[in-house]
Design a protein around this ligand. Structure first.
Ligand code: HSE
Length: 404
């Protein structure tokens, strides 16, 4: 029997208990042993809940219990999750987590503590919710040199962009509706400003490099500036707008960025709609591979945590290899990346001739229904040169990067 404790009985924590109960027998077969939840740590009581008698309020009870070999940290945030995770690992107890903030901030240190104490720090649920992506990168693609990752890593923003496209609606009204339906948080900043996707691509980039990319160093733009007008132009260009987290190894280093991109209708990520996530990985032998599924939600995320518990149960006393060193790597300067930009411009303030002077051989787009603005696509241009040229004119209403 393997005994586990769940830290935080919120959406994901209660999902972990539910998945372990629902699939108990099959999980026991796969783990080679029964897995039983002995404690649930939470500030609250849960009268009437089937696990009400397992609730404790003091982490030390869990720490001191020698029966507990796996701790599921589903609290979120960095504290007290960080302190509890460290204490558990130092006591030789494996930790499985869905907490991307903590993994992005302290992952390599917690992995080292796990190695030093012959246990595991596993975090499949921290990126892409229920989608297997960490394990494929650590196990399935071990024969590969991964050199590119591109993902839709945030369900809330993908839901909002999908609705904006389908309904021709503006950002604010779709956000409000998403909040009313519970698809967006009351405080949606981390999602809509791209911070959540930024932490997730920091984790994936670090695994790609086996070194640490800090999320604070990643250029990040959210979707708050995207308008219904931009989607009108996207349609005219046979494209759509997606918030992409992109990480690419080039001779200049690792370019990492989170931003809205215009992707063509034939792009593999084009069909990823609503709250779904997908990660597109490029590696040198396999080529492209793609991982798709539910990037959030109680049971999908809990399923990924439980897969980690099973991994811990299979490897008691042994550390599962995860190459992620504490050595820091700075992303390559994003200003040097060359790409095409879509620009939506005020017809009065930025004429086509001036746009050509500034950006070179532009391609114009003039949907019939747009009367006061027009669009153009620049030739490939360095990000820094684009910003400099854009700074020399008025009349730019929006600009979105193109990804082909
Ligand atoms: N807020 C996140 C999302 C939840 O919308 O994708 C999963 O990390």
């Amino acid at each position: 029997m393997v005994y586990a404790a769940i830290l935080g009985y919120g959406t994901v924590g209660s999902g972990v208990a539910a998945v372990l109960e629902e699939n108990k027998e099959m999980i026991a077969q796969k783990a080679g042993t029964q897995i039983s939840v002995k404690y649930i740590l939470d500030l609250r009581e849960f009268p009437g809940d089937p696990n009400a008698d397992k609730v404790v309020h003091d982490f030390e009870v869990i720490l001191k219990d020698k029966d507990i070999s796996v701790v599921c940290e589903t609290m979120g945030g960095t504290e007290p999750a960080y302190t509890f995770s460290k204490k558990a690992l130092l006591a030789g107890k494996s930790v499985c987590t869905s907490n991307k903030e903590l993994v992005a901030a302290h992952g390599p240190e917690l992995l080292r503590l796990a190695r030093e104490n012959n246990c595991n720090y596993l975090f499949e649920a921290s990126v892409g919710g229920g989608i297997p992506i960490i394990r494929p990168m650590n196990y399935s693609l071990t024969a590969e040199k991964i050199d590119g990752i591109m993902g839709i890593l945030n369900g809330t923003t993908n839901y909002i962009l999908t609705k904006m496209e389908q309904e021709g609606a503006d950002f604010e009204s779709v956000l409000k509706e998403a909040q009313e339906k519970g698809y967006a948080e009351k405080n949606p900043e981390a999602d809509i400003e791209g911070y959540d996707a930024c932490r997730k691509i920091a984790i994936l980039s670090s695994l790609m490099l086996s070194k640490t990319i800090h999320y604070e160093d990643i250029y990040t733009e959210g979707i708050t500036g995207i308008t219904a007008a931009d989607f009108c132009y996207a349609k005219a260009m046979s494209r759509t707008i997606k918030l992409l987290a992109v990480s690419r190894l080039t001779e200049a280093g690792c370019h990492v960025m989170v931003a809205p991109f215009l992707i063509p209708d034939i792009h593999p990520l084009r069909g990823v709609g609503g709250v779904f996530n997908a990660v597109f990985v490029h590696s040198n032998m396999l080529g492209d591979s793609m991982y798709y599924g539910q990037g959030a939600g109680k049971l999908p995320t809990a399923s990924a945590v439980v897969s980690d518990i099973v991994d811990c149960a299979r490897h008691l006393g042994k550390t599962v290899m995860c190459l992620w060193d504490e050595e820091d790597v700075k992303p390559a300067p994003y200003g040097d990346i060359e790409r095409r930009f879509f620009v939506r411009a005020d017809r009065e303030k930025l004429c086509e001739e001036r746009a050509r002077e500034l950006f070179g051989e532009i391609e114009t787009i003039r949907p019939a229904e747009r009367l006061t603005d027009y669009g153009f696509v620049t030739p490939p241009i360095r990000e820094a040169d684009f910003e400099a040229a854009a700074g020399r004119t008025a009349g730019i209403l929006s600009r979105i990067r193109l990804e082909d």
